[in-house]
Design a protein around this ligand. Sequence first.
Ligand SMILES: Nc1ncnc2c1ncn2[C@@H]1O[C@H](COP(=O)(O)OP(=O)(O)O)[C@@H](O)[C@H]1O
Ligand SMILES: [Mg+2]
Length: 266
Amino acid sequence: MAVPASPGSIAIEAQDLVKRYGVVRAVDGVSFQVRRGEIVGFLGANGAGKTTTLRMLCGLLTPTSGRALIDGFDIFAQPLEAKARLGYLDEEPFVHPHLTGREFLNYIADLYRMPRGPKRQQRMERLLGLFELADRNGELIGAYSHGMKQKIGLASLLIREPSVLLLDEPTNGLDPRSARLVKDLLEELAALGTTVLLSTHILEVAQALCKRVAIIDRGHIVATGTIDELRAQAGSEQASLEDLFLKLTAGPESRELIERLLAPKL
Ligand SMILES: Nc1ncnc2c1ncn2[C@@H]1O[C@H](COP(=O)(O)OP(=O)(O)O)[C@@H](O)[C@H]1O
Ligand SMILES: [Mg+2]
C-alpha cells in the first residue's frame, strides 16, 4: 500500500522543534531536513534528546513549539496524510503482547486497510521468514525477547511499505546477525527510494549505514553533514566518527575529567 509521494525532495523536516518539561529543555530548537531516499543517522549520547525529537516528528509528543513535516505534510495539522506515509519504531516497540507475530502483522495490515489476499499474505510470510519469526508455534509476543519484539515491530512497519521510516535505536538489543540483517534491509529500502532517519548511540551503525548524520547534544544540534564535512568542520581530516562525536559533544569539563582519570598515577 505504498502511498504516492508528494512532489518535493524533502521527506522529513524538523522546524525549530522545542520540548520543555518544566524548566528542563529536552529539545531546544532542533531543525534539520532529510532528503528523499537518504539514510540519515541521528546521533547523541544518552539523554541528548533523540527520542523526544523522534516522538515529536511522528506526532506522538506535542512540541512546546516548532513543526514537524513528513513529505511536506504537517504531522499535527495534516496527520492522516503525514502518517499514511510514515513508519515509526519507538525505543520500546509498540507491539501487542496477546497476539502471535502473524496475528499482529495481520492486525496492523487490517488497521491500515491493506486488502486481504495472496499478495499481502506473501509479504507477511516473507517478513516473518526474514526476521526468523515464522515458526514460533503460536507463541505470543508477550513472551518474545526484546530483540524479537524489535524485529516484529519493524516487520509491522515494513508490511505497510511506508515511504518514510523513523527508527529509534533500531539495532538496539539485536544479536549481530539480526543487526546486520536490519542494516542490509535499510540499505536496500533506501536504494528503492525509502527515506530513513535512525537514531543511534552506536557509532559503528551510523558509520556503516549513513551518508549523513546529525549530532544532537543536550537538546541542540551541534553538527550536520557527511562524515567528510564534519571532519572539515572539526579541522581533523583523519578523524573517525567516534573522534568527531566526542569532540563535538564532550564539554570541556568531561574531557578534563577523562584526562584526569586516565592520567598515570604519581
Ligand atoms: N517525560 C519527561 N519528563 C521529564 N524529562 C524528560 C521526559 N522525557 C525525557 N526527558 C528528559 O529529556 C532529555 C532527553 O531525553 P531523550 O529524548 O529520551 O534522550 P535520548 O533518546 O537521546 O537518550 C533527558 O534529559 C530526559 O531526562
Ligand atoms: Mg532514546
